[in-house]
Design a protein around this ligand. Structure first.
Ligand code: SAM
Length: 209
């Protein structure tokens, strides 16, 4: 998601109570901070529709959104400017995720319409590249899950192979998720745009062992 730089973004993030400014301080303490036993993380929230929508749908769970682009992060935080105990945001690059969360601290990671980075030379930037999977494996609980949705078939196929090679077990797969109604899952503005153009792919992997 590319967008022009918003002049107010840096100050807005700096003053946000929902944004956690030094996430490394909470390593090992997120369940306590959010007062929830089960913690979900969305990596790459974009403008925040999915993170906020899922947090509203499941308030009994903890919800942490992560976004690296400053202007996009500010737009997400602007939509969620009231602090609720179970919801937080981290403006940062998920490459550092293992410094923010302790081993086995996270129960579910959501990759909702991640950037596909189609060129081979950029594959390390894909959020399902082995570089990230290694970190996800560390921070996920023993029965932790990764849930991915995308409109991009090439990214989906690539991810299935990467997860398989890393030893994650494929638990669910949909090749046209929106052909049935799924009220348990939020449709972001971003997803709605792509739903009209073709199928939405979805998979769930479990860490296992
Ligand atoms: N999840 C959103 C939704 O469902 O509406 C849309 C996501 S948007 C297409 C992908 C986002 O992932 C972009 O805003 C991008 O900045 C973010 N992103 C990509 N790599 C990231 C990383 N390493 N750390 C944090 N955010 C990242």
């Amino acid at each position: 998601m590319r967008m022009r730089k918003l002049k107010w973004a840096a100050d807005f993030i700096a003053n946000s109570e929902v944004n956690v400014h030094n996430p490394e301080i909470y390593q090992g303490k997120w369940r306590e901070l959010l007062n929830r036993d089960c913690i979900h993380v969305e990596i790459g929230t974009g403008k925040g529709d999915y993170w906020i929508g899922m947090a509203n749908l499941y308030p009994e769970l903890g919800w942490i959104g992560i976004e690296k682009q400053e202007s996009v992060a500010a737009l997400a935080l602007r939509k969620k400017d009231t602090l609720e105990q179970q919801t937080r945001f981290i403006h940062g690059d998920a490459a550092n995720i293992d410094q923010w969360f302790a081993k086995k601290e996270i129960d579910v990671i959501h990759l909702n319409f991640s950037d596909p980075w189609p060129k081979n030379r950029n594959k390390k930037r894909r959020l399902s590249n082995e570089r990230f999977l290694d970190k996800y494996h560390q921070i996920l609980s023993d029965d932790g899950q990764i849930i991915m949705k995308t409109d991009n078939r090439s990214l989906f196929e690539y991810s299935i192979i990467e997860f398989q090679n890393f030893g994650f077990k494929l638990e669910e797969i949909y090749l046209d998720f929106r052909s049935e109604q799924h009220d348990e899952d939020i449709i972001s503005e971003y997803e709605r745009k792509f739903m009209e153009k073709g199928p939405i792919y979805r998979a769930v992997w479990v860490k296992g062992g």
